[in-house]
Design a protein around this ligand. Structure first.
Ligand SMILES: Cc1cc2nc3c(=O)[nH]c(=O)nc-3n(C[C@H](O)[C@H](O)[C@H](O)COP(=O)(O)OP(=O)(O)OC[C@H]3O[C@@H](n4cnc5c(N)ncnc54)[C@H](O)[C@@H]3O)c2cc1C
Length: 413
């Protein structure tokens, strides 16, 4: 199947939601240059990277004649990756040199770790997009069943069935929310690095574990939904649907498992500053809620209001509980990360919907279908995804009793 980079959505987020050039024009960075880079990257992704995806899995790495044979394209891909194996102390022992100031190693390491974790979160977004495109393409071609409610009607492509639409919308809406959150974090990273903006850095530090954990766990779910859209063909290698799921499955593991991201979130990012950075994010979310007007955004406004309130309650609970009962806080850490991700995704969907609503109201007819689709995915996110945030709140605050109910021996009983 072919792949096309979602350039329209990328440009929407960068130019219309975040306001990257011209408002942040710097040096040679002009809107034209940004667009040219995006065009070229999209071409490279479609023409060079995407076709490499399948042979890698089909051929695999083999041990033949005393040597490892890598699949076609593997070596070329790894040449572009700054990967190395370092062996310390094999001959005369290892000698350590202090890099930077003493006792600041962990802080330095987190500069690198933030970038690595951001990159893997983005990998979750990319795999979700690819799984979505494959699922839409298959659902458009595959003819099965008749239209519900039409007696003796023609057989139709499965994209006409409401449950297939539900699956595709859940893939599309969540992928858009994840992409918008990822680019928002990237813009804050730029702001922190170039402008030395400490409040931007605090938001980056807070959101990195959320982005990494939420986008990668979602990618597994989205790729799995992609297999489901394919039905039995999801198990047939030539569709590639199962490979997306296999590729996605590593992402919640490497660069820190979801459990480790969640521990970081509740400990270093929430409890340590008494919930201050989370409070700033929550205030920004409330700002978006206040700007959601009109009947078409009413559902999003209602659901986002409740989700933000649930997030705030849980953050407060973590701040109050972490020192006194760290096991209870840790038992709710992954559910809180998920709640945070869902709510932060809703925040970005709200921002997207406000822009789309404004564009449609301006009478600009050039791209109406795109902006209407934005309102549609925002509506889906409001009704199908955001309610999960509220449902997770009692799991965060009361779930430890069940998590810790058994002693080790009882698991084997
Ligand atoms: C395909 C692949 C590629 C990789 N590439 C690289 C690479 O290039 N470079 C590199 O350095 N590493 C790489 N890794 C290693 C990867 O980063 C680790 O596997 C990952 O960090 C998990 O560590 P672990 O395997 O030791 O699991 P463990 O730490 O044993 O974790 C097992 C389970 O226990 C949970 N757990 C462990 N400790 C805690 C805790 N304190 N609190 C709560 N839960 C906890 C984890 O969440 C997980 O669910 C790769 C792994 C894979 C599978």
């Amino acid at each position: 199947m072919t792949y096309a980079a979602p350039l329209r959505d990328i440009r929407f987020i960068l130019h219309e939601m975040i306001g990257l050039p011209p408002s942040r024009e710097e040096g040679d960075l002009t809107p034209e240059l940004v667009d040219a880079i995006l065009d070229e990257a999209a071409r490279f992704a479609a023409d060079v990277l995407a076709p490499l995806n399948q042979p890698g899995d089909k051929q695999g790495a083999r041990w033949q004649g005393g040597a490892v044979t890598a699949p076609d394209g593997f070596r070329a891909a790894y040449r572009a990756s700054p990967t190395a194996v370092l062996a310390f102390g094999d001959n005369e022992g290892a000698i350590g040199h202090l890099v930077g100031d003493a006792n600041r190693g962990l802080e330095y390491m987190f500069v690198m770790m933030n970038l690595a974790r951001f990159g893997v979160g983005l990998e979750g977004v990319a795999l979700s997009e690819r799984a979505l495109q494959a699922a839409v393409s298959y659902a458009t071609d595959r003819v099965q069943g008749t239209e519900i409610g039409v007696r003796g009607g023609q057989r139709v492509p499965i994209i006409r069935h409401p449950d297939v639409r539900r699956m595709l919308m859940s893939m599309k809406a969540q992928t858009e929310a994840m992409r918008a959150l990822a680019y928002f974090v990237a813009a804050e990273m730029d702001q922190a690095r170039r402008g030395g903006d400490t409040s931007a850095q605090a938001i980056v530090d807070l959101l990195i574990p959320v982005l990494k954990g939420w986008c990668t766990e979602n990618a597994v779910e989205i790729a799995s939904t992609g297999v489901q859209v394919h039905g039995g063909m999801g198990f047939i290698e030539e569709t590639g649907a199962a490979q997306h799921l296999r590729d996605a499955r590593i992402t919640p593991i490497y660069e820190g498992t979801t459990g480790i991201q969640a521990n970081d979130l509740i400990g270093r990012k929430i409890a340590r500053d008494g919930g201050r950075a989370a409070g700033v994010a929550i205030a920004a979310m409330r700002g978006v809620v206040e700007a959601l007007h009109g009947e078409e955004l009413a559902a999003l406004r209602a659901q986002l209001t409740d989700a933000v309130a649930a997030l705030e309650r849980c953050v407060r609970w973590v701040v109050e509980t972490y020192a006194a009962d760290p096991r209870a806080a840790a038992a709710g850490a992954v559910p809180l990360l998920k709640l945070f991700g869902i709510t932060a995704g809703g925040w970005q969907m709200g921002r997207a919907a406000i822009v789309a609503q404004r564009k449609l109201a301006s009478g600009d007819n050039a791209d109406r279908a795109f902006y209407q689709a934005k309102l549609g995915t925002a509506r889906f996110y409001a009704d199908h995804i955001l309610p999960q945030a509220q449902a997770l709140a009692p799991t965060v605050t009361q779930g430890a009793a069940g998590v810790l109910a058994l002693d080790e021996a009882q698991f084997a009983a």
